[in-house]
Design a protein around this ligand. Structure first.
Ligand code: 6PG
Length: 223
């Protein structure tokens, strides 16, 4: 596992914000970033939108996509898009037409194919991991993990009472740079299992860098 360990959640947010700016610089005139849901990246978003960081990004170059979504109204507090708006998108001058909420699998697949062509090569794909090792809305044991053709699907799994939409492994694997943001002791067991080679969904994404806080990284030490 290509992992970097940060002392705490704040250091993790700072390291990930720097990584976003680095990926933006590497991308040039058009920066395609895919955001994720969950609580961990919200601190990164807030930092990027802060006075300290806002002036360092070239927001007009950003094209924003979502890696997964819960099938709730876009303004529902459980919507990943709504969370990204509150923590980042509403506070920075990204042209509205360059922000792409995920509301329908077929429509999103068409959008990605028109934007990228052959493969969805996000300049930066940000991902989180659940305690059970899921990432995006790809859950352990799900038939969704077998999807080999489609880039976006509506998986059959209903988790926490919500059906979802998600990018598939072939889509996630196409990114130029992929980073997992993982914090907290509750994640250490999944980190241990993945670093020991177990095929949990997050560990199945190819070529990812992992930013872990010390609590999550205790799993690495015992691997
Ligand atoms: C979702 C997310 C999901 C998330 C992980 C980690 O929509 O549920 O995209 O994959 O990234 O569950 O979430 P935390 O960062 O809150 O632990």
């Amino acid at each position: 596992m290509n992992a970097r360990v940060l002392p705490d959640a704040e250091a993790l947010a700072r390291a990930s914000a720097e990584l976003v700016l680095e990926a933006e610089a590497a991308a040039g005139e058009r920066f395609a970033i895919c955001l994720t849901g969950g609580s961990t990246p919200q601190a990164t978003h807030r930092l990027l939108a802060s006075d300290e960081y806002r002036g360092r990004a070239h927001w007009s170059r950003w094209h924003v996509f979502l890696g997964d979504e819960r099938r709730v109204p876009l303004d529902d507090p459980r919507s990943n898009y709504q969370n990204a708006r509150e923590s980042l998108l509403d506070h920075v001058p990204i042209p509205a037409g360059q922000i792409h909420p995920l509301t329908d699998a077929d429509q999103y697949e068409g959008l990605l194919r028109a934007f990228f062509g052959e493969a969805p090569r996000f300049d930066l794909l940000m991902l989180g991991m659940g305690d059970d090792g899921h990432t995006a809305s790809l859950f352990p044991g799900s038939v969704s993990l077998l999807e080999a053709e489609r880039w976006v699907i509506a998986p059959p799994d209903v988790v926490q009472g919500m059906s979802r939409l998600t990018l598939t492994l072939p889509a996630l694997d196409a990114a130029r740079r992929t980073v997992f943001l993982v914090a907290g002791a509750a994640k250490s067991d999944a980190i241990r299992r993945i670093s020991a080679g177990e095929q949990l969904p997050a560990g199945m994404v190819q070529g990812a860098e992992w930013l872990l806080d010390e609590a999550a990284a205790t799993g690495l030490a015992s691997a």
